[in-house]
Design a protein around this ligand. Structure first.
Ligand code: ZN
Length: 375
């Protein structure tokens, strides 16, 4: 039922974006994007809906001869601004909100303070000061053989073991804050599923993730729903991301996660043919959801509580988070504290095949195999 509602809303967003008759298209488009996040069942659906609505609304304002988007955004309530935080902070959109960026940023900082209430420890992403966490999380490396493909939901870890995964980055500010927290929590290693487009935009951030010893996987070029595009296009997305990671790092782990978790049998076969693993998740932090169903701002304490509740129930598995979001960087110290308190070990996976990780010659062969996909 939720999915149907979401489709209707997204269709309405598209209709609003395409229409040129209404004077309120920009406002409608933004409203629809914000509403879509509230009903969406999928993190990246919501991010995309909001992003599209935001960008479409901005273009419409330009078409109407208005110089900026401030008139629309400055009157928004806090929960609306929280939904579009990523876009407001994104330097790509700075010229469209130049006259109100500092005002909006101040409002966001007030939202940040309010949403961290109730946490014992949280990160200030703009600070490089040590957090003084006072705990250490044990972590270990485990290998998985991907030579015949490998699909996993739980990571096949033992009870009381978790794999931390961060999707959709890299993001220069938030990813770095997350790296600092992981380091301070005992040199915890995680698995980052990066978008090729963002690697292209922030290659230095990807290099820092790698330098800290984390595993890095492919999460497509720009996050399409691979069930709704032709196989050749989806394969090209995977190949292009593999190529840029190889270009930036000289290696890439043979790990992949489908945007939205939306697998297809044909793409799964392609991953298997290329000795790549396909990761789903066990525990969804829902860290992307900024607003509750009742329209109030969702607090970081809520995100942590609900994530830990799932962990307590499952007892092991893969936790899904997103390093693109500032709130994820803020709440990570508290989440890790509670995971440590429960006696969990974090696990980072590496491919078992000798020399596969960080071995450009073999991975270049793999890239050649990916290159053989028709597109
Ligand atoms: Zn994603």
């Amino acid at each position: 039922m939720k999915k149907i509602t979401q489709k209707v809303i997204l269709a309405a967003a598209l209709g609003a974006a395409l229409s040129s008759c209404s004077q309120n298209v920009a406002k409608d488009s933004l409203d629809v994007g914000i509403a879509a996040q509230i009903v969406s069942t999928n993190p990246c659906d919501a991010a995309t809906a909001c992003s599209n609505a935001f960008v479409n609304a901005m273009y419409k304002f330009k078409e109407d001869g208005k110089s900026d988007f401030c008139e629309e955004l400055t009157v928004r309530k806090d929960s609306d601004l929280a939904v579009c935080e990523v876009q407001i902070r994104n330097p790509k959109f700075a010229d469209l909100i130049s006259s109100c960026k500092s005002q909006l940023t101040s409002k966001l900082e007030a939202i940040v303070s309010a949403r961290n209430v109730g946490l014992k420890v949280h990160a200030n992403v703009n600070s490089t000061e040590p957090l003084g966490l006072g705990f250490k999380l044990e972590s270990e490396v485990q290998e998985r053989d991907t030579s015949k493909g490998y699909y996993t939901v739980t990571g096949d870890v033992k009870p009381k073991q978790v794999i931390l995964t961060f999707d959709d980055g890299p993001e220069p500010v938030n990813t770095l804050s997350i790296l600092r927290t992981l380091e301070e929590a005992g040199g915890v290693k995680a698995l980052f599923f990066e978008l090729g487009l963002r690697v292209q935009e922030s290659p230095e951030t990807t290099k820092l993730v790698a330098a800290q010893g984390h595993s890095i996987g492919n999460h497509s070029w720009d996050h399409p729903n691979m069930r709704t595009i032709p196989f050749e296009q989806a394969a090209a997305q995977i190949k292009r991301t593999q190529s840029i990671l190889l270009k930036v790092l000289g290696w890439v782990d043979p790990f992949f996660r489908f945007p939205f978790g939306n697998r297809t049998p044909q793409l799964d076969q392609m991953l298997t043919d290329n000795q790549m693993a396909d990761f789903y998740w066990t525990i969804d932090s829902n860290d992307w959801r900024m607003v509750n169903a009742d329209g109030t701002v969702r607090t970081n304490a809520q995100v942590v509580k609900e994530t830990i509740a799932q962990l307590d129930k499952k007892g092991r598995g893969i936790i899904l988070m997103h390093d693109i979001h500032r709130r994820t960087a803020e709440l990570l110290p508290e989440l890790l504290r509670l995971i440590a308190e429960r006696g969990y070990t974090t696990v980072v996976l590496e491919p078992a095949q000798a020399g596969l990780k960080k071995a450009p010659p073999i991975l270049m062969n793999q890239a050649v195999r990916l290159g053989s996909v028709q597109n």
